[in-house]
Write a protein that binds this ligand. Sequence first.
Ligand code: MG
Length: 164
Amino acid sequence: MLSEKMQAAINAQIQHELYSAYLYLAMSAHFEASNLSGFAKWTRMQANEEQEHSMKLFDFINDRGGRVKLEAIAQPPFEFGSPLEVFEQIYAHEQKVTSLIHKLYETALAEKDYPAQVMLHWFIDEQVEEEKNSGDIVAQLKMVDQHMGNIMYIDRHVGKRAED
Ligand code: MG
């Protein structure tokens, strides 16, 4: 059985993951409107992944006999900057999510909730990937002059990688 504290902390993380999905979807809409279909595809796939993350937590609470409580999700931004600015925002966002996952893990340690600790190992690994993937794109965008031809080249590259 989940402790009240652990349940509340996981419910809060469900909200964070759904906000991440919402944020990536807003970015995808921005890239669609900018005719950058590779970045649009990448951020859309990220949005789907974030929703899957929220469902992993949703299932975990239910499997442990807890009660999922969905909270309101904040409105994401509507206006975004250049692709480099968006990916810098993504990288910073993922770093923030990593710190939230680590805090959640600390709660699982304090609560001596071993199943939650095991479940969260997956999220800890996932955040290493999330930071690496977004960090790599920031690095690529920084390597080139911000001319449209260069941006379009990276857009195509990122769009292909999203299919792997
Ligand atoms: Mg996530």
